[in-house]
Design a protein around this ligand. Structure first.
Ligand code: ASP
Length: 450
């Protein structure tokens, strides 16, 4: 039995839904279908979830929301008309959207979450109606009825472990189950969404719950590419990845699969297959526990920017017991998280996301670090990009580091920081952000072209 999840672009129009039903019909193992809200039909289009957020915000503060409400209904109506569905489903969606406005405004985050979740919830109802019309017996499944329970964290809910036992019962269904992604219910019965893009998480939770053989994740790209296709022209698609590799690549900036979706699949060792709804014959990318290592040591190159580095220097730092703890306590008290902390004998560098602090907050942090740590100097540098080369095979390969360093130096890119995790699955280079794309191109050339 497989869980098959479709992203927003796969459900954005009636013609897309025709591809979806075809894919479900093709394979009897595809018994649990997780759906997103309708996404963009073109680059300029709006996602229904974004429209719903606009609708909810207006309703919350008592502004006129009629235009955005009609836009949302229009999206579903277009799909329904293209598929020849009757008007009942649109009436049902309209009455659901009307009822949201009457929610409890004293809890604004939960109020808005109910709007956000309705995108997938109404879409699941529409998809189920369409499947039945086409002679594929299907049932819309309410996450509450199925027992998908989550923590009380609107916009960032986490699954409660007791859900899995309940969800296992979905195995017994005769019909195809159409399950709305992106949200669950709190113990006190409130709708609560995962973080954005969270339908991937629902799919992974269900795959774990029913102990699926495979979690198929259908999106709009042929594969996970070895580098960002907006930076490198026609990068190769990756056929197989381990959970650890995709975790590193997601951290580094790859966004094909929500990083939180990996955990439930990873815990139960269920393989994840990334496929393209618009080109299902393309092999896609399979993510699994272990893979056969190939000649290719490096499997992907990721990059992200928006980082700063704080450099702390103090003579005899290496002998001072508790120095690192004091640094971390200062960050913790300010609610600041750090990404990396490479160190030398008498110095250490803290790499963190720049947007966590205003200029004033940063200034006062630097003063506090200097004074409380009695440091010789504390300096900050902005506009840092982190470039990652990732691959399990790197462990067994020599020269990876020299190849990467050569590629960067040949392009006159100075390396500000190098961090190789103990796992040896990735190496991270900190460089100036203005060289980010150039560095990715240079590394791609070195590892995949030459
Ligand atoms: N519709 C939600 C979003 O846009 C969840 C998803 O598509 O996975 O974030």
């Amino acid at each position: 039995m497989n869980v098959i999840k479709f992203g927003g672009s796969s459900l954005a129009s009636g013609s897309q839904l025709k591809k979806v039903i075809q894919l479900v019909k093709e394979d009897a193992a595809r018994k649990i279908v997780v759906v997103s809200a309708p996404g963009k039909r073109s680059a300029e289009d709006e996602k229904v979830t974004d429209l719903l957020i606009g609708f909810g915000m207006k309703a919350l503060v008592g502004h006129d929301f009629s235009a955005v409400l009609e836009k949302i209904i229009d999206r579903y109506q277009n799909i329904a008309e293209e598929l020849g569905l009757g008007t009942e489903i649109i009436d049902e969606i309209r009455s659901n959207l009307d009822s949201l406005v009457k929610g409890n405004k004293n809890e604004p985050n939960y109020y808005l979450d109910a709007f956000k979740a309705s995108g997938e919830d109404n879409n699941a109802k529409l998809v189920a109606a369409y499947f039945n019309q086409e002679g594929v017996p299907a049932r819309y499944m309410d996450p509450k009825e199925a027992g998908l329970m989550v923590t009380n964290e609107p916009g960032n809910a986490q699954v409660l472990p007791e859900s899995y036992e309940q969800l296992a019962k979905l195995r017994d269904s005769e019909e195809v189950i159409i399950f709305p992604g992106f949200f669950g219910y709190t113990k006190d019965g409130k709708v609560c969404t995962f973080s954005r893009g969270g339908s991937d998480i629902t799919g992974a939770i269900l795959a774990n719950g029913i102990q699926a053989d495979l979690y198929e994740n259908f999106t709009d790209v042929d594969a996970i590419f070895a580098a960002n296709p907006h930076v490198v022209e026609n990068p190769i698609g990756i056929k197989e990845l381990t959970y650890r590799e995709i975790r590193e690549l997601s951290y580094g900036g790859f966004s094909v699969l929500h990083d939180e979706a990996l955990q439930p699949a990873f815990k139960s060792g269920i393989p994840v297959q990334i496929k393209n709804t618009n080109n299902p014959s393309a092999p896609g990318t399979r993510i699994m526990k272990e893979r056969q290592l190939t000649e290719q040591g490096v499997i992907g190159i990721a990059s992200s920017s928006g980082f700063s580095s704080i450099y702390i220097d103090k003579y005899l730092m290496n002998r001072e017991i508790g120095f690192g703890r004091k640094v971390l306590e200062i960050l913790e008290a300010r609610g600041i998280s750090y990404e990396h902390m490479p160190s030398g004998i008498d110095n250490l560098t803290i790499i963190l996301q720049t947007n966590q602090m205003t200029t004033e907050e940063e200034h006062s942090l630097l003063i506090q670090l200097k004074e409380e740590l009695c440091a010789d100097s504390v300096t900050v540098e902005h506009n840092i990009a982190l470039i990652m080369i990732v691959g399990e095979g790197m462990r067994e390969k020599m020269y990876t580091m020299s190849k990467a360093a050569t590629a960067l130096s040949e392009n006159h890119i100075n390396i500000d920081m190098i961090n190789q995790g103990a796992s040896e699955v990735s190496v991270i280079f900190g460089i100036q952000a203005k060289y980010e794309d150039l560095a990715v191109k240079a590394l791609y050339e070195a590892f995949f072209v030459k």
